[in-house]
Ligand binder design. Structure first.
Ligand SMILES: *Cc1c(COP(=O)(O)O)cnc(C)c1O
Length: 460
C-alpha cells in the first residue's frame, strides 16, 4: 500500500515511510491511496474472530509491501499481550447501554490500543533500517503515559515527554514518572500544556536539530495510530450483529483530536455497516460546531472534567476534510491555508448536508457529564469515566448505540467522586503507584532549556 498527503505535495510513500514520516513533509496528513473493501461474506467471517485475529485481517492490506502476515501477527500478539482483559476491547452491556471498553491496556486509557502497536512497530522498522529515534511529545496527561509504556525499555528509542509541572492529575504524573527505564525521560515544565506544545512545535521546526537528532512524533497525526484503532469498530460490530451485514451500528465517540472517530469513518469506508457516527465533545466544541453549522473556527480552550478532550484545533480533522471535499488536495491545501491565516474555514451547504447524513454532534456540559455518570451508576452500578460519559450523553436519544469507553473511571477519580460520592476501584495497572521511586527533570518552559536537556542526555 502506498500513502499520499492530503495536500498533494508528497510523492507516494510506503507504509513504513508513512509511519516514520508522521506529519507529511508538505504539512498535510498521510492517507492510503486506496481503501481496502470488505464484502458481506468477509464481514460474516470476521465477526467470529478474536480481537487479535481480527486486527491482523483489518490491518494486513494497509501494511502490504512492508510487513508479511507472519510479521504483522507477531506484532499484534506482542502489542496486546499487556491488556488485562482476554477480549482486549470487550463490548459490555451496562443497564441497556452498549459500552465498548477500550481501557484495559497498561495505562488504562484507549490510547494504549494504538500506542502499544506503534511502539512495537517503530522497534521493528528501526531494526530493519539500523536506525535510532528520539521521540519528543507534550502531554496534558493520557498520551504521555501511553507513549512511554509503548516504547519503554527499547534500545533504539529515547522518549522525552513534557508535562506541565503539578498540572496533571497525581495518578497521571505517577504513571509517567515511575517508569525508570533508561530510555524514558520525563520533563516537568514550569508552565502550561500550551507551553509544552509550543516548545515541541518550535523544536520540530528547528530542522537542523530535528535531522541531527532524528526527532519523531507520537501524536495521532501518525497513520499507524489511526490504523490500529479501526479494528475495534469491526470487533464491536461483530459482537453486536453476529455478522449479519444487514444490521447497521451507531457509534458514539468522545472526541478531541478527531483521531478515534476518524478510525470509525475509515471502518465505514471499508464497508462496515455503520448507520451513524455521533461526535461528542465537551465544552471545547469546535468539532461539534463544525458538524452542526459547517463552520470550523477555533476558540479558547476551557479546562473541563474530561481534560483529554480539552482541545481547540484538532490535528486529524484534515483527514476527514480531504474525503468530504472529494479527495481534492488543492482544495484542502487552500482551506487549510485559510484556516491558518484567519482561524476559520467553512464548507458549502451541500457538503454540510452530506456530512450530516452520517455524523451527528453534541457538546456536553459539565453538569450533563456529572449527571450522566450519576444516572448510569444509579440505574445499574456501572461507573463511567467523564470522557465516556460525554459520549453516552450525546447518544441518549439513539438507543442501541455503541458508546466508546475511552478511559477507566479510576483514572479520573475526582470527577467520579464529584458525581456519585465514591471512586471506582482501580485496575491493577493503577495500583501501587504511590510511594514508588520516581524520576523527572523540572525545567523552565523554554525551547532552549528542553533542547539542551535533550542534548546533554543523549550525549551520555
Ligand atoms: C485522547 C482521548 C480522547 C480523545 O481522542 P481523540 O482521538 O483525540 O479524539 C478521549 N478520551 C480519552 C480518555 C483520551 O485520552
Amino acid at each position: 500500500m502506498r500513502y499520499l498527503s492530503t495536500r498533494g505535495g508528497v510523492a507516494p510513500v510506503s507504509f513504513a515511510d508513512a509511519v516514520m514520516m508522521g506529519l507529511a513533509t508538505d504539512g498535510g496528513l498521510l492517507l492510503p491511496e486506496s481503501i481496502p473493501q470488505v464484502d458481506a461474506a468477509t464481514l460474516a467471517r470476521w465477526a467470529k474472530l478474536s480481537f487479535r485475529e481480527l486486527a491482523v485481517e483489518v490491518m494486513l492490506p494497509y501494511v502490504a509491501g512492508d510487513l508479511s502476515r507472519d510479521q504483522l501477527t507477531a506484532l499484534v500478539r506482542r502489542s496486546y499481550a499487556g491488556f488485562v482483559h482476554p477480549e482486549v476491547t470487550p463490548l459490555v452491556n451496562a443497564g441497556g447501554l452498549n459500552i465498548l471498553e477500550l481501557f484495559h491496556g497498561p495505562t488504562a486509557a484507549f490510547k494504549d490500543v494504538a500506542l502499544q502497536f506503534l511502539g512495537n512497530l517503530f522497534e521493528l522498522l528501526l531494526e530493519r533500517r539500523d536506525g535510532r529515534l528520539n521521540i519528543l511529545g507534550a502531554t496534558s496527561g493520557d498520551t504521555g503515559s501511553a507513549a512511554i509504556y509503548g516504547v519503554r525499555g527499547q534500545q533504539r528509542i529515547q522518549i522525552f515527554i513534557l508535562h506541565p509541572y503539578k498540572r496533571v492529575s497525581p495518578i497521571q504524573e505517577l504513571q509517567m514518572t515511575t517508569v525508570l527505564d533508561a530510555n524514558v525521560h520525563n520533563i516537568a515544565l514550569r508552565g502550561t500544556f500550551d507551553d509544552g506544545q509550543r516548545i515541541v512545535k518550535e523544536l520540530f521546526n528547528d530542522l537542523r536539530f530535528k535531522d541531527e537528532y532524528q526527532l519523531g512524533a507520537v501524536n495521532s497525526i501518525n497513520w499507524a495510530r489511526i490504523l490500529a484503532q479501526i479494528t475495534y469498530y469491526f470487533y464491536a460490530w461483530g459482537r453486536l450483529s453476529g455478522g449479519d451485514a444487514g444490521r447497521k451500528a451507531i457509534f458514539s465517540v468522545p472526541t478531541g483530536n478527531f483521531g478515534d472517530i476518524f478510525a470509525g469513518y475509515m471502518a465505514l469506508r471499508m464497508g462496515l455497516p455503520v448507520e451513524r457516527l455521533v461526535l461528542a465533545t465537551n465544552r471545547n466544541d469546535i468539532l461539534s460546531r463544525f458538524v452542526n453549522t459547517g463552520v470550523y473556527a477555533a476558540g479558547e480552550v476551557h479546562p473541563t472534567l474530561s481534560p483529554s478532550m480539552d482541545i481547540q484545533v484538532s490535528s486529524n480533522f484534515e483527514r476527514y476534510l480531504y474525503f468530504l471535499l472529494g479527495e481534492d488536495p488543492a482544495l484542502v491545501k487552500a482551506l487549510m491555508q485559510q484556516m491558518a491565516s484567519s482561524g476559520r474555514l467553512e464548507v458549502s451547504a451541500d457538503k454540510l448536508a452530506e456530512m450530516q447524513s452520517l455524523f451527528s454532534a453534541a457538546a456536553v456540559s459539565e453538569e450533563e457529564t456529572l449527571g450522566q455518570i450519576r444516572e448510569t451508576y444509579q440505574r445499574c452500578g456501572y461507573i463511567l469515566d467523564p470522557h465516556t460519559a460525554v459520549g453516552v450523553r450525546a447518544a441518549r436519544d439513539l438507543p442501541g448505540t455503541v458508546c466508546l469507553a475511552t478511559a477507566h473511571p479510576a483514572k479520573f477519580g475526582d470527577a467520579v467522586r464529584q458525581a456519585i460520592g465514591v471512586a471506582a476501584p482501580p485496575p491493577p495497572s493503577l495500583q501501587g503507584l504511590e510511594g514508588k521511586e520516581t524520576r523527572c527533570a523540572v525545567l523552565e518552559a523554554s525551547a532552549a532549556a528542553v533542547k539542551s536537556f535533550m542534548q546533554e542526555t543523549l550525549a551520555r
